[in-house]
Design a protein around this ligand. Structure first.
Ligand SMILES: Cc1cc2nc3c(=O)[nH]c(=O)nc-3n(C[C@H](O)[C@H](O)[C@H](O)COP(=O)(O)O)c2cc1C
Length: 332
């Protein structure tokens, strides 16, 4: 029997197939289906900084206007007794998942400011999360902010969160750093236990008639997995940290590639939204078959076997390959 188990963030997982944050991991019914189909852990949808921040501001306005006896206070509705904040709902869902599921449940925080919102990590820990993913969805649009400042922001947020929780923390990163490898190394040195590579930035579109920006969420395609595989191959040898491959993992062969170059797990999102939660069972079976056919005994044996220090020629992943690739283009 092939051993599919893997270790991620210090957690022993039955296999490397982990659904990442999505509507499927936010509802108990679909979460149960994911677990039944073979998911080895799951990441809850994110608790967003904006949601926490908005609620806090509302509460502060309410409390201060009440305290001042300000006439405007009359225009504020008292907080109903059964009022549940977004954070309360998140914690409730986490507790519910923890008691209904056997697999580890990883919580997710998503935001960018250093205004203390990550303090809520403590409550998430108390509610029973097995680990915490911090997704800094930061778009560096301000030309006054340097790359160094952007990196410092990630490190500061990690540092603040570590002050509040003992849970293993993993950082979900985009690929848009001047030096991804150096950033991952710095995060490791700052105490991150893992990274998820890479976050996808959603590309807003423009409506040409109204000239308005239209939110646009397109699910990934398998081609996107190659960027992840390449970077994980280049980074794996230089860091001692858990790595989740995320973005474009739809097919077993791509999952195998990610593991071979050194990912500990692959996240699954778009493929499950397209094919349904039960698709995990197919991927798991195919992974098992692949290992068997290629005479691997376990995922652990295969993990990292083709990463930079081992089989794959580093030059093929780095710059020197560029010229050959361009020259190899042949028009049909
Ligand atoms: C509908 C939807 C909701 C998502 N919600 C979150 C979220 O709350 N937090 C987060 O970090 N990522 C979120 N993601 C990103 C996914 O977890 C995943 O990283 C991304 O889709 C890339 O993986 P994929 O190619 O398998 O889809 C969401 C993606 C989709 C499509």
């Amino acid at each position: 029997m092939i051993d599919l188990s893997t270790e991620y963030l210090g957690l022993k997982l039955a296999n490397p197939l982990v659904p990442s944050s999505s509507p499927l991991t936010g509802e108990l019914d679909s979460a149960k289906q994911l677990e039944d189909a073979g998911a080895s852990a799951l990441i809850l949808p994110s608790l967003f900084e904006q949601a926490i921040d908005y609620e806090q501001k509302q509460l502060e306005r309410f409390v201060s206007s009440q305290a001042l006896g300000h006439y405007e206070a009359q225009s504020y509705q008292p907080i109903p007794e059964d009022y549940n904040s977004e954070l309360d709902n998140y914690l409730e869902r986490l507790q519910q998942f923890k008691s209904a599921l056997d697999i580890p449940v990883i919580a997710s925080l998503n935001g960018i400011s250093t205004d203390g919102w990550v303090d809520f990590g403590r409550e998430i820990q108390q509610a029973g999360a097995n680990a915490l993913e911090l997704n800094v969805y930061y778009i560096a649009a301000d030309p006054e902010i340097s790359g160094q400042e952007v990196e410092d922001r990630y490190l500061k947020l990690l540092d603040e969160l570590r002050d509040h929780v003992d849970l293993p923390i993993t950082m979900k990163l985009s690929s848009q750093f001047s030096s991804v490898s150096n950033m991952v190394l710095k995060l490791q040195q700052a105490g991150a236990k893992g990274v998820s590579l890479f976050n996808r930035f959603y590309q807003p579109d423009i409506d040409l008639e109204s000239l308005e920006i239209v939110p646009h969420l397109e699910l990934s395609t398998p081609m996107e997995s190659l960027l992840r595989v390449r970077w994980i191959a280049m980074i794996r040898g230089s860091v001692d940290i858990s790595i989740a491959a995320t973005g474009g993992f739809h097919r077993t062969e791509d999952i195998v590639k990610a593991l071979m170059v050194g990912a500990d797990i692959t996240h699954l999102c778009s493929v499950l939204l397209k094919q349904g939660p039960k698709h995990i069972a197919i991927l798991k079976q195919e992974l098992q078959n692949w290992l068997e056919e290629h005479e691997y005994e376990s995922v652990t044996q295969m993990k990292g076997s083709a990463s930079k220090p081992c089989a794959i020629n580093p030059a093929a992943l780095e710059h020197s390959n560029y010229m050959h690739v361009i020259k190899s283009y042949a028009q049909d």
